[in-house]
Design a protein around this ligand. Sequence first.
Ligand SMILES: [Zn+2]
Ligand SMILES: [Zn+2]
Length: 322
Amino acid sequence: MYIKCWGTRGSLPVATTNARFLTLLEETINQARAGGISTTSELLAAAKDGKLFQPLCYGGNTSCTEVGHKGHSVFVDMGSGFREAGTAAIQSGAKEFHIFMTHMHWDHIMGMPFFVPIHVPGHKLNIYHVHRNAPEYIRINFNGVNFPLTWEQLGGKVEFHQLKPYQETIFGDLKVTPFVLDHPGGSFGYRCEAAGKSAAVGVDGEFKRLTPQELGRDHAFYQNLDLLLFDSQYEMSELASRFDWGHCSPNIGVDLALREGIKTLLFTHHDPWATEEKLRRMYANAVKYMHAQLDAHRTKWDAVQPGGPVLKMAYDGMKIEL
Ligand SMILES: [Zn+2]
Ligand SMILES: [Zn+2]
C-alpha cells in the first residue's frame, strides 16, 4: 500500500514568494556550509538523502491524498493538490478515478475544476460522499460564474455515490471505510486497508472526542493503524483560541498514537500562516513530547516498535510505502 500526499496545507493554498524562496535558500546554504558541503552536487545529494532539512520546503497545496494498492487507487479530497494529481493521471493513461470526500469546505474541493481528466471525454470521476448535499455543493462551482464552464460543458463524466458512515467500498484488495471526525458541519475520515496494512486520513478533525468511550464506534478506526494522517494545523498554545475551528495539534495525535498502537503518525493540514521554521519547531516539539510520554506505554511498544510511533511531517509530493 502507498500513500501519496498531493496537498498538505489547510484552509488556503500558499505560494512561495521570491522573498520566501530566498530565505529558504539562505537557510539551506548555511546548513550545508555548517556540514562541510562545498559543491552543488554534494548539496543536491545531501538534500535528497535527507541530510539537510527534510523537506527543505513543505509546499502549499491544499488537501488531497492518494492511497493505492496493486493497481487500485483512491483519492481523499480534491484540494488544490488535485490539479497535479490530474496531470500525473493524464500521463499514466488512467481513465477512471475514485474520490472520497471528507467534507465540502473549499480547501477540499477547489482543485476539481483544474483536474484535467474532468475535461477530457472518456474519463470518469466517481465521487463518494457521506454528506447528503455534497453533489449540490460540488456542482455549484460549475455555474459559469465561479468557473467559466458549466457542469453540462464538462468533457468527462462525474457520478456521485452516497455512502452511509462506516459503509465499506471495495476495490480489489483495497477497502475504504468512512468514520466520523469532529469538525464544523461534519467531516468524515477514511480508513483504507489492504493486504494486512492500514492507513487512515484523519482530516479535517478537531479530535474533541478522545477517550475510547467518547469515540464510541469510531475508536476501532484508530486501533493499530500502520499510518494516520493527523490534522495538526495548530500548536498546542494556539488551540484554546481556536476552539471549534475544527483542527487539532501534534501532541494530541501523539497521545492517540501511543495509546492505540499507531505505527506512523503523519502530521498534515498545515496552517497557511505556518512557515517552514514554525513547522520544523512543531515537529521537534512533538518528537520531544513523544519521547517524554513513551515510558508510560513501554510494555506495549517494546512488542510493537521499540522506538514508539514514527512521527513525520507531511509535505506536498511525499510518498510513503507501507
Ligand atoms: Zn480543511
Ligand atoms: Zn474543514
